[in-house]
Structures are given as structure tokens and as C-alpha cells.
Design a protein around this ligand. Structure first.
Ligand code: PGA
Length: 251
């Protein structure tokens, strides 16, 4: 179901007591003043339990940042979808450009990870987006279309309806170089069009498509006001309660 979402991607940041303070501050802020969006914090795996405790008492929702493509077994260091599910985790980021780049994760592998999540009733927040050179070569639409075709478009309509997409142009992630609201809207409308073509118009209208890449307290309002932008996946600015809260109330 299409909904407005602000999701924080903490990446590999925060010590335990800092994580507790941050999730507590966000939970307090949104419980005092009900936001017009779903608020998700994607914490490092070690802190999911603490964030999960807050989610029981507040409106905050919790997401993981990675999951294994396997259900269980001898995969030292990995965390499985059934494990996340047993901790009442609702979301998990899949396909982030950092996982694609530093861990060599392919579309085929990312499809398997998303499959495990769906089997365990966890919604993947599935990231797609082009590199700077791909945009400069005017190839960004093709790249995004191919990423979708090779991964989440392999799901049937019912399965796909549980996917949240995040358009994250790689050149905008952590660089301070945000896509303009027009660039974001143009790509989000293109993606929604592809979903309509692949499935149908209703499915396209019901898909949440988030923008990610240097989205912050100053530019969120304008980005979120675009017709096809349903919220944001926020990295750096999700690490400060004040900034993240401002983004939450940008709708
Ligand atoms: P950023 O990261 O907001 O720091 O650019 C976004 C992301 O990587 O999801």
C-alpha cells in the first residue's frame, strides 16, 4: 500500500548508548506529535533489539540493513530473514549501492534476499540508482530499468505489492549533491510508469517510491512535495535526532 515514509539508514554508525539515545529521542518526538508518515529506523543489526523495544511502545518502526539469502545454516556472521522476523522487524534495506559496490552484490543475489524477506513477511526497501558516469552518459533511465527487470520485477504482482522502492542516485549518496526535485520527480514518474507497464496502473499507484541521496532537513520539504516522491531514505541526516525529526515533519 502506498504510504508516506521517512526511513533512516544509520549505516555503520553509533555506539550502543548513542543508538539508545537516538532512537529514544526520535520515538519521543513522534509520540508527542503524530507525524503524517511512517517512521522507520534501519539500525545496525546489533541495535535492532533495542530499537524493537521502542517500536513496541511508540510509533517508530524498525528495519535491518542487510539479510542473508539463506534461511539458516553454516554462514558465519550472517543474519537470516527468519531471525529478523522472530524479532518483529518489519523492514529491511536491500540493494543499497554500498552493498552493491563494496560487497559485490548482484541483482540476482538481491532478488534472492528480497525473496527471503517476503517469505518472512518483511518488506524490502529495495534500492536502485545510477552512477554519475551513467547519468552523464544519459543512460540513467536504462540503468534503473535494468536493475528493476533483473530483480524485483521478477516477483508476481502480489509479492511486488510488499516492496518499497528507494531511488538513490549513487552520485548523491553522502556527497551533499542532492538530485534536484525535478530530477527526482522525473525518475520517480519513470519508475512508476515501468511498474504500470509490468503489472498494472493500480499496482503502480500503490507503490511507495522513496528518494535517497543527501536528503536533509533543508531540502526534504521540496523533494517530498513532488507528486511521485513518497518520502525519503535518509543516511547522514538520520544520525541527528533534530535533523531527522525535521525531515519527518516535512510533509
Ligand atoms: P545520505 O545517504 O543521505 O547520507 O546521502 C542515503 C543512503 O545512503 O541511503
Amino acid at each position: 500500500m502506498r504510504q508516506k515514509i521517512v526511513a533512516g539508514n544509520w549505516k555503520m554508525n553509533k555506539l550502543f548508548h548513542e543508538a539508545e539515545d537516538l532512537v529514544g529521542a526520535i520515538a519521543n518526538a513522534i509520540d508527542d506529535n503524530e507525524p503524517d508518515c511512517e517512521v522507520i529506523v534501519c539500525t545496525p543489526s546489533l541495535y535492532l533489539e533495542v530499537a524493537g523495544d521502542y517500536s513496541e511502545e511508540s510509533q517508530i518502526r524498525v528495519g535491518a540493513q542487510n539479510v542473508s539469502e539463506h534461511d539458516s545454516g553454516a554462514y558465519t556472521g550472517e543474519i537470516s530473514a527468519p531471525m529478523l522476523s522472530s524479532m518483529a522487524i518489519d523492514y529491511c534495506i536491500v540493494g543499497h549501492s554500498e552493498r552493491r559496490k563494496y560487497f559485490g552484490e548482484s541483482d540476482a543475489l538481491l532478488f534472492q534476499k528480497a525473496e527471503r524477506l517476503l517469505e518472512n513477511d518483511i518488506s524490502p526497501i529495495f534500492c536502485i540508482g545510477e552512477l554519475l558516469e551513467e547519468r552523464e552518459a544519459n543512460n540513467h533511465f536504462n540503468v534503473v530499468e535494468e536493475q528493476l527487470n533483473n530483480s524485483v520485477f521478477k516477483f508476481n504482482k502480489d509479492e511486488f505489492s510488499n516492496i518499497i522502492l528507494a531511488y538513490e542516485p549513487v552520485w548523491a549518496i553522502g556527497t551533499g549533491k542532492t538530485a534536484t526535485p525535478e530530477q527526482a520527480q522525473e525518475m520517480h514518474a519513470f519508475i512508476r510508469g515501468l511498474i504500470a507497464k509490468k503489472y498494472d496502473k493500480e499496482t503502480a499507484e500503490n507503490t511507495s517510491i522513496l528518494y535517497g541521496g543527501s536528503c536533509n532537513a533543508e531540502n526534504a520539504k521540496e523533494l517530498f512535495s513532488q507528486k511521485d516522491v513518497d518520502g525519503g531514505l535518509i543516511g547522514g541526516a538520520s544520525l541527528k535526532a533534530k535533523d531527522f525529526t525535521k525531515i519527518i515533519y516535512s510533509f
